[in-house]
Design a protein around this ligand. Structure first.
Ligand SMILES: [Zn+2]
Ligand SMILES: [Zn+2]
Length: 160
């Protein structure tokens, strides 16, 4: 997330917490900031390491802060990576699709209701109640694809 989105995410979280009557403690804010600031999904241990640089942070408090942020929809958990990313639209609950680049590790969140809806319906037809119809797709992002394509078509050194 860039600086502007980060500030927006923190401000939105603050407003939502006030509206929902839950406490946005300094620790919760700090953890959200670390998750949002990272360019790639971050794991709980990574967050713990970064928090330790300043003061002492006990693992349970970090896990509790992450649970809170997840519950409030401020961050998402990527099950395949065991890592967290910040959400840019936490004001409403949503089922997301995550495009995970296996090259650079960046993740793009999509919020396509049609996909989530058909997944729910397809699950229902088998009698399954989908509670978290979240999809994680592995692949290569536009940036990395451009890089490899350029490398593949770069002019060869001319023969003398
Ligand atoms: Zn989201
Ligand atoms: Zn990439």
């Amino acid at each position: 997330m860039d600086e502007e989105s980060l500030q927006n995410a923190l401000k939105t979280a603050e407003i939502l917490c006030a509206q929902r009557g839950v406490r946005f403690t300094a620790q919760r804010r700090r953890v959200l900031e670390l998750v949002c600031r990272a360019e790639r999904p971050v794991g709980a241990y990574e967050i713990l390491d970064q928090l330790r640089e300043g003061a002492t942070a006990a693992p349970p408090t970090v896990y509790r802060a992450l649970d809170f942020l997840l519950e409030q929809g401020f961050v998402h958990k990527l099950e395949t990576l065991h890592a967290f990313i910040g959400c840019t639209h936490p004001e409403h609950p949503h089922a997301s699709q995550f495009l995970i680049c296996s090259d650079c590790g960046r993740v793009k969140e999509l919020e396509n209701e049609a996909i989530a809806g058909s997944l729910r319906t397809a699950a229902q037809e088998t009698g399954f109640k989908a509670e978290r119809p979240i999809i994680e797709v592995l692949g290569t992002c536009a940036h990395c694809r451009r890089k490899t394509e350029q490398a593949g078509t770069s002019p060869r050194v001319p023969l003398e």
